[in-house]
Design a protein around this ligand. Sequence first.
Ligand SMILES: Nc1ncnc2c1ncn2[C@@H]1O[C@H](COP(=O)(O)OP(=O)(O)OP(=O)(O)O)[C@@H](O)[C@H]1O
Ligand SMILES: [Mg+2]
Length: 232
Amino acid sequence: MQYSSSAPIIELKAISKHFKVGKERIELFKDLEFNCNENEFIIFTGPSGCGKTTLLQIIAGLTRVEKGIVRVYDHNIMEFNEESLALFRSSTIGLVFQMGHLIETLTVLENILLPVELAQREEKDYEKRAWELLEEFYMSHRAHSLPRMISGGEYQRVAFIRALILDPHILLVDEPTANQDERTKVAIFQKLAQLKGKKTILVVTHSRDIFPHADRIFIPDNLKLCEKNGIA
Ligand SMILES: Nc1ncnc2c1ncn2[C@@H]1O[C@H](COP(=O)(O)OP(=O)(O)OP(=O)(O)O)[C@@H](O)[C@H]1O
Ligand SMILES: [Mg+2]
């Protein structure tokens, strides 16, 4: 990817976003600004419903904003059509969302290898990596299970592995340690710590254990993003 490393990797400019539920209008963001440089480690935290997941979805182009500009690697992603956006996302961004996005008819291993197929790469080149990641997250014994046969914590780990399989430049991770036991939390934190400085990482988390790893911590508040100082 041709890119001048001095410019921000992710830029949100004057973003406004609301949801309508019946007659109620939920105002989430107004003129929100956010910049993130290459290989920064950013944490978004804050109370339930403040807009953390929506923010990651805006950055990934999964939810449209009514006003403002979303730039990722100097592309205005709102100008992409669905197809080019999906292709751009698959080659650039690893996404781990709170709620299930696994394909129910595919096994754990097949789900993990799905981005490889979508990016039109050779599956055999990624199988070893898939098994290594399964091992690392205590999931190799579930490789041939279907998503409905695994627990909530296991499900999230599969989503995490799937996000890592193509070694993306940007990692967007929504509450990776919710539903996880201590051993797995440690494995996930270790993985994020190991990737720090090598990838641009944006994590939504309430886990203070991970706060010291962050370069910057933000809370969506009062329709904007408020940077938290001295939280670690
Ligand atoms: N598709 C939608 N339609 C209507 N309202 C929505 C939609 N998605 C989110 N919201 C509302 O927007 C607000 C922010 O939601 P969001 O999921 O971003 O919060 P969050 O900070 O991630 O919360 P949590 O910590 O519980 O995951 C909430 O009030 C939510 O109900
Ligand atoms: Mg959320």
